[in-house]
Design a binder for this molecule. Structure first.
Ligand SMILES: CC(C)(COP(=O)(O)OP(=O)(O)OC[C@H]1O[C@@H](n2cnc3c(N)ncnc32)[C@H](O)[C@@H]1OP(=O)(O)O)[C@@H](O)C(=O)NCCC(=O)NCCS
Length: 260
């Protein structure tokens, strides 16, 4: 991207989802290009990742993060400077990013970036293969009300636990907290196409918008966000970008349940 590309304004209620292409040769090229975008601290972190698959995913995620945000801001991807909260949430401190919220998630080899005009946003992507683990965690650590609900579900308990887990992780990331805060500290139920709080939501009177659904073939995806005070509440619209290929109409995310 050229440094002088214009910014692309974010409209209210619009969520931009940035994904990697599926073509292996293109992904390889993005991986090489991402190396040239890293800051010194990102290079240091890359150097500590000894498993090649993890290092590669980190590199791709940084490339996606930098190039996606740069598109929205009209900036040079390599010039973006991140700072990190005490819990590791990346933050972008520049006047033109005041209402811009973003969140990154990786699962297996897939990476996803969400960008929105919002007070905060959190996204989480989990491969379906984690359903059995999610159920074990849920039975041990989720709230009592959630556990009662799980017990009534029979065979669908594992995929349900994965959806709930993904939803809690998205909320955790939107709040910039840690996974330990969300296990029993957030209590939710997914009932058909609706999500409902089983206990008071975090942050009094914060109008959370939550969505959970399917991503590509074998993933569960959840999104949590709070719109800025100035934005009118309404339904969310999704826009998809394939890194290096531009915006696409092909739908990568199928929302199933929501709380808006
Ligand atoms: C944030 C957290 C819930 C995400 O877990 P995850 O499902 O394993 O990871 P995901 O792939 O979905 O997301 C990772 C990305 O979220 C972002 N992130 C990291 N910590 C975050 C936080 N506290 N809030 C919001 N976003 C966060 C980063 O962009 C990270 O990607 P990067 O490392 O490439 O920059 C989890 O890592 C956590 O609880 N972190 C808090 C600190 C902590 O407890 N660390 C463990 C120490 S042993």
């Amino acid at each position: 991207m050229a440094p002088d590309d214009p910014p692309h304004q974010l409209a209210d209620g619009e969520i931009h989802l940035w994904v990697l292409p599926t073509d292996a040769a293109r992904v390889e090229r993005l991986c090489t290009e991402a190396l040239g975008l890293l800051s010194p601290d990102e290079r240091t972190r890359l150097g500590t990742l000894t498993r090649p698959s993890v290092a590669r995913r980190y590199l791709l995620a940084r490339g996606l993060l930098r190039r996606g945000l740069a598109w929205h801001l009209g900036a040079n991807p390599a010039d973006l400077e991140f700072r990190y909260s005490a819990t590791g949430k990346p933050l972008l401190e520049r006047p033109d990013a005041r209402d811009l919220a973003f969140s990154l998630s990786h699962a297996s080899s897939d990476v996803l970036l969400a960008v929105a005009r919002a007070r905060c946003v959190g996204i989480d992507l989990e491969p379906d293969g984690r359903a059995a683990i999610a159920l074990r965690i849920a039975r041990r650590f989720f709230s009592a009300a959630e556990q009662r609900h799980l017990q009534s579900l029979g065979e669908t308990a594992a995929p349900y636990a994965l959806m709930l887990w993904t939803l809690k992780e998205s909320l955790t990331k939107a709040m910039g907290r840690t996974v330990w805060d969300s296990l029993a500290g957030l209590s939710l139920a997914i009932e058909g196409d609706r999500i409902r709080w089983l206990a008071s939501p975090p942050g009094e009177a914060v109008p959370w918008m939550l969505t959970v659904g399917r991503f590509r073939d074998a993933h569960t995806l959840a999104l949590a966000l709070v719109l800025p005070d100035s934005a009118a509440a309404g339904s969310l619209r999704y826009r998809y970008h394939i890194l290096g290929e531009g915006e696409t109409a092909s739908v990568a995310f199928q929302p199933l349940s929501a709380l808006v």
